[in-house]
Ligand binder design. Structure first.
Ligand SMILES: Cc1cc2nc3c(=O)[nH]c(=O)nc-3n(C[C@H](O)[C@H](O)[C@H](O)COP(=O)(O)O)c2cc1C
Length: 192
């Protein structure tokens, strides 16, 4: 599929089947993340792929454990694929995705957040091209900021000066894949 067409089709998926993604596909998605542009060409981000539904669920629960709903501005994300903003009864921020990648970046580096999200964008596009559904999820910082999270980071060998910036959920869409969304108008200009 042509790249622009692929970008138009990609949607954030929040309903997943149990089927796991293959290790080969996960490797390709992670490799795509490593080819993202990075500030100063530093290639500092670290990507950890979890191909384990139980561990994904465990981290997904930590992801919403400290979610402060009182600070939401009341916007609605999706009727067809409700997010944790839309449905306060959800216990996991990972929506049952059987696989997840966590992107870590240097804590005190000015471009640490954009670096991580550049990786994430490459990864969701790669996933889409492989027929794998995905969703970028935030709150990396607070997810591991607890005893269980700290133990996971120790297990994974994440250096002390790194912090999680985002997650990329991966799996296969349960039900119909939502159609591409229309774009808001008058947001672009070309100056000759
Ligand atoms: C920086 C960023 C953070 C996001 N965080 C979350 C999140 O925590 N949970 C979630 O369900 N979706 C999250 N999303 C996905 C957006 O909600 C989604 O991209 C948006 O609603 C547009 O829908 P679409 O991706 O299907 O076009 C995030 C997207 C971005 C770019």
């Amino acid at each position: 599929m042509e790249l622009l067409e692929l970008m138009k089709c990609r949607r954030s998926i929040r309903k997943y089947q149990d089927s796991q993604v293959s290790r080969e596909d996960l490797e390709k998605i992670i490799e795509a993340g490593t080819y993202a542009p990075s500030a100063g060409g530093g290639q500092r981000s670290i990507i950890v792929g979890v191909r384990n539904a139980e561990l994904s669920e465990k981290i997904g629960r930590l992801n919403v454990a400290k979610f402060d709903r009182s600070r939401l501005s009341g916007n609605y994300v999706s009727a067809e694929q409700p997010s944790i903003i839309d449905d306060p009864t959800m216990k996991s921020g990972f929506y049952g995705a059987p696989a997840v990648c966590a992107v870590f970046a240097v804590k005190n580096f000015l471009y640490s957040i954009p670096d991580a999200f550049c990786c994430a964008e490459n990864m969701v596009l790669m996933a889409t091209s492989l027929g794998i559904s995905s969703c970028i999820v935030a709150r990396g910082e607070e997810t591991f900021d607890n005893e269980i999270g700290a133990e996971i980071l120790r297990d994974w060998g994440i250096p002390e000066n790194y912090i999680a910036r985002c997650f990329i959920l991966l799996g296969y869409c349960e039900g119909e894949y939502p159609k591409g969304k229309a774009r808001k108008e008058n947001r672009t200009k070309i100056i000759e």
